[in-house]
Design a protein around this ligand. Structure first.
Ligand SMILES: [Zn+2]
Length: 268
């Protein structure tokens, strides 16, 4: 249990329960010191909350106003990374790991977007081709046994072109094609998820100095990478219009970037 307490109109903490007990013994935290922990609706006098005299809570005089730096509201107290003032976490906006207060937020997000350069259609197109070549080569190697099996079936039919035999071979050929398709898809998915979560970009994008980020500039989680992979398939199903629209978007977003709230940015 983490506690905050007020000292000379400023909020101190978080401190552990045991540390708070020490502060009580040292006389730093007294009966009328305002304290707060997560789950409390407002700051309260120490005596009223931690019960040095339980009957006192209802008999206590009206609580003095909470310190200005820490509004009396539920939620963890956090600090704005721009102005350094304290706020309940619920009043701060998150940009990746950065917390910013309402007052600093417009300037901060403007600075953030101004600092970013987005990867346009053609450079991303090139990155996709590089990735497709890498995946194609690896996939072809993995699928050599399937190709040989298919060849075996074909040669068998060539020696014995009986219509019944040909029909009998259809399920085997279909499952080879299905398995081949599945391997290709699983490989592409693993490729995207692995590189996006560990490097922030596929090798094709890395080679061209591109990176995939969240809208706030934060890193891509495995779940988001999976979602983006399937959204990318959707972009392909729209006759590639989902990809092409990146060329006309202010932030160079493709359809899958719109769906997943991602951006492709230039890192150099
Ligand atoms: Zn601020």
């Amino acid at each position: 249990m983490k506690w905050f307490y007020a000292e000379a109109g400023k909020q101190v903490g978080p401190v552990e329960e045991s540390a708070l007990d020490d502060l009580v013994r040292q006389g730093v935290v007294r009966d009328d010191t305002l304290v707060w922990r997560e789950g409390m609706a407002a700051w309260q006098r120490h005596a009223a909350v931690r019960g040095s005299s339980p009957g006192q809570a209802s008999a206590a005089p009206p609580l003095p106003a909470a310190p200005a730096a820490a509004p009396a509201s539920a939620g963890y107290i956090r600090y704005c990374s721009e102005c350094g003032r304290a706020f309940p976490a619920s009043q701060l906006s998150t940009f990746g790991d950065v917390l910013v207060c309402g007052q600093c937020q417009p300037a901060y997000s403007q600075r953030l977007s101004g600092a970013r350069q987005f990867g346009g259609f053609w450079i991303r197109f090139l990155a996709i081709i590089i990735d497709a070549i890498i995946i194609g080569v690896v996939s072809a190697i993995i699928r050599i046994p399937l190709g040989l099996a298919g060849l075996g079936v074909g040669l068998g039919l060539g020696r014995n072109p009986d219509p019944n035999q040909v029909l009998a071979a259809v399920p085997a050929l279909m499952s080879l094609i299905g398995l081949s398709f599945f391997i290709q898809m699983a490989l592409s998915l693993a490729y995207d998820v692995y590189f996006l979560t560990t490097k922030g970009a596929t090798p094709g994008k890395m080679a061209l100095g591109l990176k995939v980020t969240r809208a706030d500039g934060g890193p891509i989680s495995a779940g988001l990478a999976v979602a983006r992979y399937f959204a990318k398939i959707l972009s392909g199903l729209t006759l590639w219009i989902g990809f092409i629209i990146a060329g006309f978007d202010r932030e160079k977003r493709s359809l899958h970037d719109h769906i997943c709230g991602t951006r492709v940015v230039k890192v150099r």
